[in-house]
Write a protein that binds this ligand. Structure first.
Ligand SMILES: Cc1cc2nc3c(=O)[nH]c(=O)nc-3n(C[C@H](O)[C@H](O)[C@H](O)COP(=O)(O)O)c2cc1C
Ligand code: SF4
Length: 364
């Protein structure tokens, strides 16, 4: 029997339980990406709440290219010292912390996006933001891959326990996988392995920079759930998962959808109010976990300990990540330690984005 509350090890990273705080953009950093007391306090509070591993909100890796305001930055070495302080605060409470890193692309919601240097796989206008990116040349792609490597090395130097590549939800790496946004005819477009080539290169570059024992995680769509336009499909993404496995990725967090998917399609599904609706990506994550050696994290609507326990013990899924429920109750995991039947307060209304900083209606 596997236990949700048991210690596990992924390379050098020992985690005290199988719960992960999913990456959550708090909208609390300074607009240049530097952090402040408020951020430190929020993360320390999450660490106190009992979660085994915290994924930071996404951090931008290129100064002139920031997909959202007040997100974390990791685009130069000036960030290393302040993140060391953040990491120490989290470690004090026996929680571990990994940083999620991102390159935005045309899905940028940043009000200053028009002045930014935004690349895409192809010069296709974004359905939601209206931004038409510059088609990245092979030289640009090389430079972006290197930026991921540089950022990952900074993450390691700052003492984070792992790094997570954000290749989900319609940001640049995700867009390369999406046929609607990637119409290239060179080796970065066309069949699925060509569209995934930039992701393979990012993984190889990061591995080269951080060494063999440092865990590399990836959050990546298994399906774009595009209603009208051609998107990544499950049949294609499984080939990417297998290839990433061969490249030695350590943990995979499969997610779905992007801003262009269409009405109601989102990674953060609303109204998760019955057991049937919970852990909503489990069928696909189960299928992926069966076919890869990497540890698979189930994200999306995880709200019930008994259901997660059953998934843990009847499938190859090994970890569970939670965003909104922990935004709502930072101490949720401790509450579950005391009472396995505790029902999280989060009602999956998605009103967390309505205010700055992002926060739960129950904590305002
Ligand atoms: C306020 C907010 C911010 C988010 N920020 C990120 C992010 O920075 N990176 C990311 O990969 N996903 C982000 N997500 C998506 C979550 O990580 C997660 O995939 C999704 O909400 C489903 O999990 P949940 O049902 O536990 O909320 C965010 C979600 C919310 C609600
Ligand atoms: S506002 Fe609160 S209750 Fe609503 S989805 Fe966000 S975290 Fe959950």
């Amino acid at each position: 029997m596997k236990d949700l509350f048991e210690k596990t090890k992924i390379k050098n990273l020992e985690v005290k339980n199988r719960f992960i705080r999913a990456a959550t953009w708090d909208e609390m950093a300074e607009d240049n990406g530097h952090i402040n007391e408020g951020v430190m306090e929020r993360y320390e509070n999450i660490a106190k709440g009992g979660v085994g591993l915290i994924l930071t909100g996404y951090a931008f890796i290129s100064k002139g290219e920031q997909p959202n305001p007040r997100m974390f930055g990791i685009y130069d070495d000036s960030f290393i010292e302040e993140y060391k302080i953040l990491v120490d605060k989290v470690h004090k409470h026996e929680s571990k912390i990994a940083m999620q890193i991102v390159y935005g692309g045309s899905q940028s919601d940043h009000p200053g996006a028009s002045g930014m240097n935004i690349y895409g796989p192809s010069a296709v206008k974004n359905i939601v933001t209206g931004i038409t990116p510059k088609e990245a040349t092979k030289e640009d792609i090389k430079a972006i891959v290197k930026k991921f490597g540089d950022a990952a090395l900074r993450v390691k130097k700052a003492g984070f326990d792992a790094v997570e590549i954000h290749a989900a939800h319609g940001y640049l790496l995700s867009q390369f996988l999406t046929p609607y946004y990637n119409t290239r005819r060179d080796e970065y477009g066309g069949d699925i392995h060509n569209r995934a080539r930039i992701i393979y290169e990012v993984i190889k570059e990061i591995r080269k920079r951080v060494g063999d024992n440092y865990p590399i995680m990836i959050k990546i769509n298994f399906d774009d759930l595009m209603e009208k336009n051609p998107g990544l499909t499950k049949e294609e993404s499984i080939e990417v998962f297998k290839e990433m496995d061969k490249l030695g990725i350590d943990m995979i967090e499969p997610s779905a959808a992007n801003l262009s998917s269409g009405e109601g399609q989102t990674a953060s599904i609303k109204g998760v109010n019955t057991i049937e609706k919970q852990s909503y990506f489990r069928a696909s994550a189960m299928n992926i976990a069966r076919q890869v050696k990497a540890k698979v994290i189930l994200v999306g609507g995880n709200k019930n300990i008994n259901l997660m326990d059953e998934i843990l013990n009847t499938t190859d899924i090994e970890y569970f990540s939670l965003s909104r429920t922990i935004l709502c109750e930072a101490d949720l995991i401790n509450k579950w330690v005391d009472n396995k039947d505790y029902k999280p307060k989060c009602i999956s209304c998605n009103k967390c984005w309505d205010v700055v900083p992002n926060s739960c209606i129950f904590n305002r």
